[in-house]
Design a protein around this ligand. Structure first.
Ligand SMILES: C[S@@+](CC[C@H](N)C(=O)[O-])C[C@H]1O[C@@H](n2cnc3c(N)ncnc32)[C@H](O)[C@@H]1O
Length: 264
């Protein structure tokens, strides 16, 4: 005879993300779970939950189990082809909102768009902007396209290579910036490696972007980059060649995380 288990039984167990997993397996909100603690799961629900618990115990991030992740004020489809959007990246949206008026009309580019979080969030805030986005992963671009019904120009290829002859007023990017021997990579094994690593100091892609950006920026155009916790000074040095008004920003955890610079 199978043992019946209730929502309350599971909530008492020490299982990572159990309330979120219950919510997913039972297709119920957390509020519904907590208001029915004595509900006993049927066999289909038990199997679904066991399967989710097993995957979560193996280290699969919850966002990949759910198939979506919140970013700023929207929810985005994610898959194993896309990085899971991080709260730190919301800083790029805040900096943009502080730099450009909501009624402005500019041409913007998101390099390495992944699930599309930056380009799409900006397209929701700035109704008059023309927005383009690139990624070298076709699978990621397909997810980005599923995430929006806005008229964003998506291009497949290496950084600036797939773009038509066009200049931008803002180029924003959260590129890969982890060095290829960083021990933290072990815990990121479910995410696409090409979204994470960038050479022996993590700066290979940032160097390429900084070098090429001036050709694609209008006069006094802005470059906005997310970066790793120890890369600020190096990036400022790289930017000084062609940029001015260089400003550094810390993330919600007070860690150096983004740099905004203006073409000289
Ligand atoms: C750190 S993820 C950022 C994804 C998304 N913008 C975000 O913030 O969640 C970096 C993205 O850059 C893309 N990428 C890596 N190398 C690239 C290249 N050479 N050209 C274009 N995109 C690249 C990856 O596929 C990945 O989607």
């Amino acid at each position: 005879m199978s043992v019946r288990k209730s929502i309350k039984d599971y909530l008492k167990e020490d299982i990572e993300d159990i309330s979120k997993l219950l919510s997913l397996a039972l297709k119920k909100s957390k509020e519904q779970l907590f208001s029915n603690p004595n509900y006993e799961l049927n066999n289909i629900e038990l199997n679904a939950l066991d399967n989710l618990i097993e995957q979560r115990n193996d280290g699969k991030p919850f966002a990949y189990l759910k198939g979506s992740q919140g970013f700023y004020d929207l929810d985005f489809i994610v898959s194993s082809a896309t990085l899971i959007p991080r709260p730190e990246t919301e800083l790029l949206i805040d900096i943009t909102l502080d730099t450009f008026d909501i009624n402005s009309k500019i041409n913007a580019l998101d390099l390495g768009t992944g699930s599309g979080v930056i380009a799409i969030t900006l397209s929701e805030k700035y109704l008059n902007w023309s927005i383009s986005a690139t990624d070298q992963s076709m699978a990621a671009l397909k997810i980005a396209q599923l995430n929006t019904d806005k008229n964003i120009n998506f291009y497949h290829g290496n950084w600036f290579d797939p773009l038509p002859k066009e200049k931008f007023d803002l180029i924003v990017s959260n590129p890969p910036y982890i060095n290829d021997h960083d021990p933290h990579l072990k815990s990121l094994g479910y995410e696409p490696i090409e979204a994470l690593i960038s050479g022996s100091d993590g700066l290979d892609d940032i160097r390429k972007i900084i070098l090429q950006a001036p050709q694609f920026l209008n006069q006094a155009g802005y470059l906005l980059l997310e970066h790793g916790y120890n890369q600020k000074n190096h990036i400022i040095d790289l930017l000084k060649e062609s940029f001015e008004n260089i400003k550094a920003f810390k993330d919600i955890n007070k860690i150096d995380r983004a740099i905004l610079a203006q073409l000289r």
